[in-house]
Design a binder for this molecule. Sequence first.
Ligand SMILES: NC(=O)c1ccc[n+]([C@@H]2O[C@H](COP(=O)([O-])OP(=O)(O)OC[C@H]3O[C@@H](n4cnc5c(N)ncnc54)[C@H](O)[C@@H]3O)[C@@H](O)[C@H]2O)c1
Length: 440
Amino acid sequence: MDFSRRGFLEMNAALAASMRAQVAPNDRVRVAFIGCGARAHELMAGVMAHPQFEIAAVCDAYKGRVERALDRIKDTRGTTARVFRDYREAIGDKSIDALVVATPDHWHKIMVVDALNAGKDVYCEKPLTYKSAEGLEIIAAAKRTGRIVQVGSQGMSTMTQNRARQLIQEGKLGKVTMIRAAYNRNTASGAWIYPIPPDANPQTVNWDMFTGAAQKRPFDLARFFRWRCYQEYSGGIATDLFVHLCTTIHYLMGAQMPSKVMAMGGLYRWKESRDVPDTLNAILEYPEGFTVNLSSTFNNQSSSEASFNFLGTEGTISVGWGQLQYWPESVREDNRWIVESWPKGLQAGYYNDPKVQKEEIPSLAQAHLVQGGTEWREEGQDATIIHFWHFLNSIKTRKPYWEDAAAGHHAAACAHMVNQSVRTGKQVEWDFSRDDIKGS
Ligand SMILES: NC(=O)c1ccc[n+]([C@@H]2O[C@H](COP(=O)([O-])OP(=O)(O)OC[C@H]3O[C@@H](n4cnc5c(N)ncnc54)[C@H](O)[C@@H]3O)[C@@H](O)[C@H]2O)c1
């Protein structure tokens, strides 16, 4: 697939054209939603905005979310969907073409592999995995079955990130050796302390269905609705947020995996609500010759929530949600403070050298203006919708989109390396020959 800016625009135009086309019911892709939580409801809007998709079935462990999903489908399409009590009913139903897996992370691999083995295409929310080795199972299952896997880090489908990718690939930044990316928040909801629906109780919430293979525990609504706060279901900041950052960095830099990761994490504020850090710092070193600093705190949001800085020898780009800035570097050698400590004659000699006059700031530099950078703001179609529609394109063409099982495995594995380093206090290395964490 062509991922140049032109290719990206053409692909978007093709997606829009397919959306305008009349679609016979038989040509529709019949999707089952496994997990109908907050993210699934956003995805449903994207699915139903495209006439070639039909939400044929829904499945969730909390009744209220199934109810809202059916309402949403009725309000948008005037139709209804079947309700499955267990995801395996969708796996066994031949009329279902594709699954959207939007459950907590500890369920992803099980559901994705089962769906692939049953011949379904799968859109799985990020992070693709809960443990690194699960990625290898998913890649093998996708290969064996020839089915499509697409992972849900939608940022890489924005025009902003595609323009940034183009600038990097055109060499506008020169050599990029340092990338800084951050995700900061300072609210309870930002720290995943979500409100719990007042009708949630053992009659409306299927606790065993949520728990799955995780440790058996007594019924607990905080764990059920705020599962990101607990290591048994999630990798916390690393798997929830760094995974987005790593997906983008890999996509923009054309990189696969860091060879080494070191990280530190602390739980400084939201102590009663979780067993994962609320502050995390990580350094990733890539064999392509660059390093990445990832950081996140849930205790301050003075900068924009998510941002990236790609620092190159010839320029810098700064990428935020929906905005992109580029500045060329403006640098001159300046040895004045050194040469001014030399004997006078030697100093004068130094500045008489035409090469020095050309390349260095002369001692009496003329004031001059330096041309500034360029800025873009993205408007229009929401990234989640564009990203999801690429899944449709892949289903039709049988060609996976860039964020396939391997890309999802690698972005999630970076997060697992970060968490392993925090846990062990040691540097964690990637084994490129096994495509997994060294020593795992
Ligand atoms: N791409 C993004 O920007 C983005 C944003 C938010 C969430 N996500 C991802 O989406 C996924 C879901 O997150 P969320 O915020 O919607 O969480 P959520 O808790 O709101 O939704 C998860 C849903 O899964 C249901 N569930 C749990 N176990 C189930 C099972 N065995 N079978 C069927 N349903 C089950 C729960 O009842 C719940 O309604 C996560 O992987 C998360 O990382 C991605």
